[in-house]
Ligand binder design. Structure first.
Ligand code: CO
Length: 219
């Protein structure tokens, strides 16, 4: 990769944008009001904005290995907090992808050093859905299903957070589970039925958040 070319590309892009809209960058500098938080994989083939066809300013993005939402990860927890409480996004997307190296690594034994605790979160997803996964004989199909189940579990992790539970009480904040198929370019909505999925478990995770002060006083 020619690094100098990147700066040339940047200057070409600036020129193209300014040719169409002279105030493009000065408008961008005024602030951001994205409506979507996208949590995806760091994989270089899964370029969030390009595959969604969105422009700068449209989507708040976090990418990490295998699009994980571990509850002790300060980065993802801060991103969710900022997106929900300050940017007031109305959609949170967890987007996995088929052929994910992180998910594949978690399906095999192997000491991967600092990656061990990270990938263990995916091994936990495997354990949770072991019966369904082990019943799939075709290894590629099993791998793809684990990608989908991992998205589902990370969406549930999003819903477990206090910020999301609070926001869902006050406004229409929707969580979406998607998968990008690197082999076809298609973006697939898993159409996860969270109501059904959370039916029997939400009582465990509901944080019973206090009513706002003023309401409590009135009561
Ligand atoms: Co990946």
């Amino acid at each position: 990769m020619d690094i100098a070319k990147i700066f040339q590309n940047n200057q070409d892009w600036v020129k193209r944008k300014l040719d169409i809209e002279p105030a493009y960058f000065s408008d961008l500098s005024k602030g951001q009001t994205p409506d979507i938080l996208y949590i995806g994989c760091s994989d270089s083939r899964v370029s969030a904005e390009e595959l969604m066809g969105v422009a700068p300013g449209d989507v708040f993005v976090l990418r990490n290995i295998a699009n994980m939402v571990p509850n002790t990860d300060l980065s993802v927890m801060s991103v969710i907090n900022y997106a929900v409480e300050h940017l007031k996004v109305n959609h949170i997307v967890v987007c996995g992808h088929y052929y994910c190296g992180g998910v594949q690594a978690a399906m095999k034994s192997g000491d991967l050093g600092i990656l061990n605790p990270w990938l263990r979160n995916i091994r936990d997803v495997y354990r949770t859905h072991k019966d369904e996964l082990n019943a799939i004989e075709n290894e590629e199909q099993r791998y793809k299903r684990l990608v989908e189940l991992n998205v589902e579990e990370q969406c549930i992790n999003v819903i477990k957070t206090a910020e999301v539970q609070k926001a869902q009480r006050d406004r229409d904040l929707t969580v979406h589970g998607w998968v990008f198929d690197v082999n076809s370019g298609n973006l697939i909505d898993l159409n996860i039925d969270f109501k059904k999925l959370l039916e029997n478990i939400m009582e465990i995770y509901r944080l019973d958040l206090k009513e706002p002060e003023n309401k409590a006083v009135k009561a």
